[in-house]
Design a protein around this ligand. Structure first.
Ligand code: PTJ
Length: 248
């Protein structure tokens, strides 16, 4: 790690740390070719929201945790960027929620699947977490999607009632909603189709969200579902926050 990235007092420490994690993951073969472009887009939006968890995002995070805690068959879907940026933290969340994770990637190759699954297995052993890691043997398909990205595991994504899919693409989000699932997404871009389509949209940076969820879980246990929660309004509040950045 470079000297600057290792210095927590550096004003861009978090951003440098995330970039470093991606560099390491790239060397291990965990990432898609366009992973860094996707991250760059996320960084641009994060800059506009002030690199902080805004109140509407915290509201969405609480609602998401309530859905996941109350679910009969919750699952967390993982892609290359998510494993690279928050592998340990997201396995800890799954451990708290007693739910499986499923590696389910957009740019699917056997080599990447193998690298991601063994990387997660290493974290699980090292941290002594009790989590089922799925994805190695897909045996079902998400209806309405073409190609390998429709592949999934029956006891994981396919039969889940509540699914957390950080950094999801619009088509898959739409297909999962069409299957009748409660779909929770984390996406810094409130304008993305994914953000517009999900049941709960958390417009915040992935690692902040997962840390917030773990902290909430460890401090208060479960959060309760809000019956007045309005996801369109939550997304609008994120957009308004970004617009206020330009007005200031
Ligand atoms: O590992 P794979 O093969 O599944 O591929 C993963 C990527 C992310 C490359 C793939 O899903 C992809 O191309 O994603 P998109 O369509 O570029 O969408 C990524 C979305 O995530 C964008 O809207 C970004 O703004 C957002 N984003 C990127 N980094 C973060 C983020 N949102 C929250 N936290 C981040 N750290």
């Amino acid at each position: 790690m470079s000297k600057i990235a290792a210095d927590p007092t550096h004003p861009r420490y978090q951003s440098l740390l995330m970039r470093h994690r991606l560099e390491v993951a790239e060397q291990k073969g965990l990432l898609a070719g366009s992973a860094l472009i996707a991250h760059g887009r996320g960084e641009a939006f994060d800059y506009l929201i002030g690199e902080q968890t805004i109140p509407s995002a915290l509201q969405a995070t609480r609602q998401a945790l309530a859905y996941l805690s109350a679910a009969k068959r919750p699952v967390i879907s993982l892609n290359g960027n998510v494993v690279a940026l928050a592998g340990k933290e997201i396995l800890t969340l799954a451990h708290h929620l007693r739910c499986p994770v499923e590696v389910n990637i957009f740019y699917r190759t056997p080599e990447r699947m193998e690298a991601l699954l063994s990387h997660l297995e290493e974290i699980k052993q090292h941290e002594q977490l009790d989590v089922t890691i799925l994805g190695a043997e897909p045996d079902a398909r998400i209806p309405g999607l073409e190609g390998p990205r429709a592949n999934c595991v029956r006891e994981g994504i396919f039969e889940s009632d509540v699914i957390l899919v950080p950094l999801e693409d619009g088509d898959r989000c739409e297909a999962l909603v069409a299957m009748g699932k409660t779909v929770i997404v984390i996406d810094l871009n409130p304008l993305s189709r994914t953000a517009q389509m999900a049941t709960v949209t958390i417009v915040d940076e992935l690692t902040r969200v997962v840390n917030n969820m773990n902290n909430l879980f460890e401090s208060i246990g479960q959060t309760s579902l809000s019956h007045t929660y309005d996801n369109q309004d939550i997304v609008q509040q994120a957009l308004d926050h970004i617009l206020s950045f330009f007005a200031s």
